[in-house]
Design a protein around this ligand. Sequence first.
Ligand code: S3P
Length: 428
Amino acid sequence: MIKEISPSLSLKGTLTLPPDKSISQRAAIFSLLHEGVSEVGNYSSAQDPQSTLSCIQQLGAEVKKEGEKLIIKGTGRKGLKSPDKDLDCGNSGTAMRLLSGVVAGSGLSAKLVGDPSLSARDMTRIIKPLEQMGAHILARNSGYAPLFINRNEPLKPLKFELPIPSAQLKSCVLLAGLFGEEVTQVIEVLPSRDHTERLLNLDQKLVQDRKIISASWADEIPNQSYTIPGDFSAAAFWLVAGAIQQNAELLIENVGLNPTRNALLEILGEMGADITIENERMEGAEPAGDIVVKSSALKAIEIDPKIIPNCIDELPILSVAMLFAEGTSVISGAEELRHKETDRIMAISNMLKAVEANFEEQEDGLIIHGDPDFSFKSATFESFHDHRIAMAAAVLSLKGTGISKIQDAECAAVSYPTFWDDLKKVIK
Ligand code: S3P
């Protein structure tokens, strides 16, 4: 599907976001592991969380919908069943990596598969620690899905220092660790999103600036009865759209505000964005609130590489903000972006080239020479079937003077099924 976007002179309105993708997927997997019933409110209908939901059903969870809630009857760790069919993780790295931890830890046999994008993503990062814990994993070309996982020896505990700040890798090892008699520890040097620790209430200690998270059979898996807040990574598109657009005022309701996820708020604040947070509250273990963004005069920023894991999914849309900020902005230490749904550094470069922006691509980031008066007529953007690239290009398109096109725009549904309708709603 090709989406045509006309320039916008004003953005106004109130937005309700899709439920958080990372929390939805964890709610499903942790509900499976809880022995009993969880009532999950506001579960995401986006493609990634729906892939996870069908996988947990194949592993034995019973799922039914009651009004706005999903009622999930978990099997507990003892009652899981080996799936009859492949576990299809679709486009979702989170599903494949977290479920691999569950399968390897539990000793089930399963084959995990994904779409072409997921099958091209490196799985050696999870294969290595899971093999150290005793799992047998057969992967295509030793590191790519499909993954065949089983284990016939007792689970070995692991003390694992994360070689990359990845919440998916952290969660994979902790989930496997939950099946061990002895304690598995994950040591985190740079904080990545902490939904797993929060929602499972795992033991965490800070030792010399490093976080040590522990998991074992002795941990009780709490039920997952809470309402999932809106996805901060979806809010990011509106935060930037509102800031760079003239005559803009957007109210974004019920946004997840987990501090390990929302570095973009701090970054845009430093760039001079007019953003206010209202109604801060807790939704279960996760903070949430409403955000108002208005047209802003942005200035350039150099991002501290240490906070890259806390804004990793927001870097495509942040690059768009940087293009309209006065001065030279720098993203560095973001090599991990090359290993997402597509090589996102390449995809951002491609988007910026399409509008003849002044920028340089680096191995681990981008240098963007911004200008508040930057203008372009129209462009055709490749999404590379990556939801976040398609949505970032749509926000950029609003600033053209003619009609721009986004290719394969349907991929937005991976995390944000109503994005194109919401965009129509706020363009005035
Ligand atoms: C996610 C973690 C991040 C993020 C992804 C979702 C998660 O990946 O990019 O969209 O739900 O744990 P990494 O932790 O691998 O960087």
